[in-house]
Design a protein around this ligand. Structure first.
Ligand code: HEC
Ligand code: HEC
Length: 344
């Protein structure tokens, strides 16, 4: 049944995109409304790298989401948008996006397609009104051809732009880190890295596993929105950034943010929604002895009453070494994801 829907909803003459085999991953949720095709993904890739989608032609998605930094904007704490304004939050990296149930640090977009509407028109980002973006693309022969190939004779509109970019984003799969190779029995962890793995998954030690999964679910995140006690907050009005709470309007959601993946951290510093920590050592020190009893702190931050999980110097070092095994150098140099305008 699903297959039937799939076959009918892709444009004539297009080829379904072949995702890599991901034996040790949870099953990838496929979009039935916007299945990826070779042609759609290629179009999305051009759009992602094209400054045609910004008001003064100065900025593309890739200006803030850079492949060599796992599509984050490292080492910037905050990115600068089209009109020189600083963004409010640290730029999220882009990989393994298909698995999330919502997007942004505060979960305000339900699908990747919805997400894409925001940066193009946001005046702090690309600042281009959608009708203008559509007109520009309609007036461009290269894109008229590409849209026709990907979606048939339907013309060009914002819905198709977002569909194409979403198709490309879903292909950004990071699955070839050293840790992945251990699953495939093509590499093994050193003793110290293995100790770090144990600590991360030991409820009496690092206790990271409730939120950052690295065993049965190698995505490095439980995909939830959580408060991990970054600040000492006694009443919800004190959250400078209310995160999920500003979207749902519920006070119990204030100060909750997306649980980011533990993958590719070496490329994506600084860390947290506001980029407050410069190094992984800073992050581990926070979880060890810097945790605050914020009122919405998640009960799974089990050692908050004592300020953190209290790790020795050796243990901290081992955790950092393990985190580094989730670095996917092949992903950040994969030519399938690079700027297609520089191909030749
Ligand atoms: C000026 C910098 C900038 C530009 C340009 C930009 N982004 Fe972003 N992007 C960000 C920031 C900052 C965030 C996090 C914002 C938040 O969560 O509130 C983000 C978040 C995202 C997310 C959410 C990821 C997740 O894990 O939830 C996606 C997807 C994304 N951007 C895709 C795009 C696409 C596609 C474009 C081009 C159409 C684009 N971005 C242009 C800065 C930028
Ligand atoms: C109760 C859930 C929870 C637990 C337990 C937890 N984290 Fe987190 N982690 C989060 C959330 C939520 C964020 C994002 C917080 C924010 O930015 O406001 C985060 C952010 C991070 C980041 C920053 C990633 C980035 O891209 O910015 C790292 C690294 C990290 N955690 C590592 C760990 C480690 C290591 C442990 C165990 C010592 C741990 N976490 C335990 C929920 C948790």
């Amino acid at each position: 049944m699903v297959l039937l829907v799939f076959a009918f909803s892709i444009a004539k003459g297009t080829k379904p995109y072949k995702f890599p085999e991901l034996k040790h991953f949870p099953e990838m949720p496929l979009s039935t409304l916007n299945p990826s095709t070779e042609e759609g993904v290629e179009l999305g890739r051009y759009l992602f790298y094209d400054s045609i989608l910004s008001e003064d032609h100065s900025m593309a998605c890739a200006s803030c989401h850079k492949q060599k930094f796992a599509f984050s904007d490292a080492p910037n704490k905050l990115s600068t948008g089209n009109n020189g304004q600083l963004m409010k939050r640290n730029t999220l990296p882009l990989f393994n996006l298909a698995w999330y149930r919502s997007y942004f640090w505060d979960g305000r977009a339900a699908t990747l397609e919805d997400q894409i509407y925001q940066p193009v028109s946001a005046h702090t980002e690309m600042n281009l009104k959608w009708p203008d973006a559509e007109r520009r693309l309609q007036g461009n022969k290269f894109y008229r051809n590409k849209f026709k190939k990907a979606f048939g004779e339907t013309g060009i509109d914002s819905v198709l732009v977002s569909k194409a970019i979403a198709q490309f984003l879903r292909t950004l799969i990071s699955h070839t880190s050293k840790f992945d190779k251990v699953f495939a029995k093509k590499a093994s962890l050193t003793t110290e890295e293995f100790q770090g793995y144990i600590l991360v998954n030991d409820m009496a030690k690092g206790d990271c596993l409730h939120c950052h999964t690295t065993d049965a679910n190698v995505l490095g995140t439980n995909l939830e929105y959580i408060n991990n006690g970054l600040d000492n907050i006694n009443s919800v009005d004190q959250y400078k950034d209310k995160g999920l709470g500003a979207i749902t309007g519920k006070s119990i959601d204030c100060g909750k943010f997306k649980v980011p993946s533990l993958r590719n951290l070496l490329f994506t510093a600084p860390y947290m929604h506001d980029g407050r920590f410069k190094t992984l050592e800073d992050v581990v020190n926070f979880y060890s002895e810097g945790v605050n009893k914020s009122i919405n702190i998640d009960p799974r931050m089990e050692f908050a009453h004592q300020g953190g999980v209290k790790l020795s110097k050796k243990e901290k070092g081992e955790i950092v070494l393990f985190l580094k095994t989730l670095t996917d150098s092949e992903f950040v140099s994969d030519k399938a994801f690079s700027n297609p305008f520089l191909k030749k």
